[in-house]
Design a protein. Sequence first.
Lengths: 115, 113
Amino acid sequence: AQKVTQAQTEISVVEKEDVTLDCVYETRDTTYYLFWYKQPPSGELVFLIRRNSFDEQNEISGRYSWNFQKSTSSFNFTITASQVVDSAVYFCAQGRGGSQGNLIFGKGTKLSVKP
Amino acid sequence: DAGVIQSPRHEVTEMGQEVTLRCKPISGHNSLFWYRQTMMRGLELLIYFNNNVPIDDSGMPEDRFSAKMPNASFSTLKIQPSEPRDSAVYFCASSFLARETQYFGPGTRLLVL
């Protein structure tokens, strides 16, 4: 069965600190997809990144970076030089391969960045 | 381009009333998803459609919930009769294909008194 675990329920940092959000997934599928979404206080879900299981290349986008390691079934998300606007709940999610469309979400990590 | 549109954004109703949530997916997207978010259960998929056909409704809580997609640009999620435990945020999402990235609407915050 699929499962996504975000062990960190809440994290609090001071502005400009780096912070890493952990995500561990479980699956028996050989092809799958991993996602990160951001949910700011306003409530919408904002797509951040998608990775395919066959592409372990790490990615950097501005202050955001993602580390995908199949050996440890992890897909961690790092924010460098955090800002107050980064305060949100961050969700890791897994999608199955083939034509199936259901996403399995982790419970989310609430990040608070204080000035 | 317009994103996923949901209406209403907020709904307050009394137990026993019928509630209808509406969703307009992104134009050109072939898959549509309904999710529910609660503090206790987090984000969970209720049902999804491919090309207007329901594919997986295993997440629909019970017969009080029903969803339709009469055409490619409109879907409804109906709760009849509503109960206080249905209070949640209901999100609609769409994607080009089922396995592609899902883009979410702003959600409908439902409160059943």
